[in-house]
Design a protein around this ligand. Sequence first.
Ligand code: SF4
Length: 599
Amino acid sequence: MSPRASTKARRDPAEHGQFDPEHHTENLLAIIQEIEAVPDAGGLIARESMEAILRRHPRDGKGFYSRAQLIAGARYLLGRGAVELDEERFVRRIRMRPVRTQSGVTPLTVLTKPFPCPGGCVFCPNDVRMPKSYLADEPGAQRAALNHFDPYLQTWNRLAAYRAIGHPVSKVEMIILGGTWSSHPETYQIWFVKRCFDALNDFGEGRNRCDEASQTRLDFNALRPEAGSNYNETVGQHLRGRLGGALLDSGEGAEWSELEQAQRDNEAAQCRSVGLVVETRPDHLSLGEVLRIRRLGCTKVQIGYQSLSDEILSANKRGHDVAATRTAMRWLRAAGFKIHAHWMPNLLGATPEGDIKDFEKIFDDADFRPDELKIYPCSLIESAELMDFHKRGEWHPYDYAELLEVVTSALVRVPRYCRVTRVIRDISSDDIVEGNKLTNFRQIAEQEISRRGDTCKDIRAREIRSERIDADSLELRGTHYETSIGVEWFFEFVNPEDRIAGFARLSLPRGSSDLDELEGSALLREVHVYGAATELGVRSSERTQHRGFGQKLVEAAAAEARKAGYQSLAVISAVGTRIWYRRLGFVDGALYQHLSLEA
Ligand code: SF4
């Protein structure tokens, strides 16, 4: 196991239009011919075989062709009629890194532009070239900056990059990051989301309107990173100085009706949004805010718990208490959102023993119990205020053994209904002043857990991903637990080894709902079926998607809701899944789709 510390963004020329297949026709034809001659075992070509082929036909006599270049070349030659090829099969056999899409959906992360943030958290980086809390050399942040933080350019170019390396782009989870979403001006939020939808819609139609994209080239790179000691003032002044005293350019705004049209266009588009995620702070959520986020088309909210201790929150100048997190969780649950929490050990004032106890509350206390979790041990970044505490000897990073104890204790406590999406934030080791720089710490912790004879049962440790499965071996299993608003059911299809092929989340709220549209309804919060993301409408005999598991999960949820006495089932559907739910009998409401359970 080799530690992976530095994660600088890499740019592949083929992704950026600098590779001209015309000049490589001879080599490309030879490579494609040899790849086609390798017997098809239904998966990727063995790495050794692939490398041998590439070695026989070096690019310009020395380097190797990348997968993206091979795919670009194959598409070019297909277009010229120079080869006969099943493009989808060819791409499936040679593509790299299936991990990114094997959970069934292609994630696409975009960043908002830098804005002043209402938080003053001492651990938060102050890189004024980036939206608050992001660093200029994080891969996603670099991509965002290259695209001037424009939502259309970010989305369109990322789709193009995914397509170039052979990933399907028909089902996309849009993840919008940057600062505190709920504190950004509403018109900017509407515009930002609309432009993401525009890019999805255009890309699917083969339209490229990147030239028309609004690019308020504010050149944040001109700012000096050390100016971050006062992030809000520096960023605010920079924006206002270039935008006539405002935080927004005149092009960075849209009406709800424009967004709603873009959403309708996306329902049947080739690239559909099957999930939309924003990140915000607990104290910025309210009933009105969750309804507004929902109207944007959101299905999941990332929310920073950071700690469940008022003392630690206060020491870190978090600006809210644990009660605010409890309240925010109630709003999010009442509105049916999937909840992705962030938790940070090793904050100012924390100890390993205290963190282990803090983590226990996440799942012992019915007010929390998130669906997904990021465990981000606090990293020391030069631009963060924490640096001052470190210099005074008032904070130090946990050593390897302490961190390992905290992370292993946490991972084994995660119940089967939660997915730990990340352990350790993916920041370049160059940015970490002192402390852990191993980004593969999860692997290390999992090995330690198995050495101790224990196992992780969270979703990620059990998901089937792109493996072949024996569908007949799958059984439906239901787990239920209390939440702050009622009972939650987690249905999952598992095989005899407890590997998970798909799951659904059903919420059975008690009492009257705070949301009129959801009064008397059970809530279907998520349906997810694993298998490498396959193109919409393409049937795969080997994988779990498109085999009816999604429908069976919906039926199981409806049956449980009916048994519990609910007369309807509401689903917090993504724009790109509306058609699927209509086919199952759901009818459109204002913000949700509804299935009558009365018959
Ligand atoms: S609220 Fe989030 S982005 Fe703002 S300072 Fe705190 S951690 Fe950073």
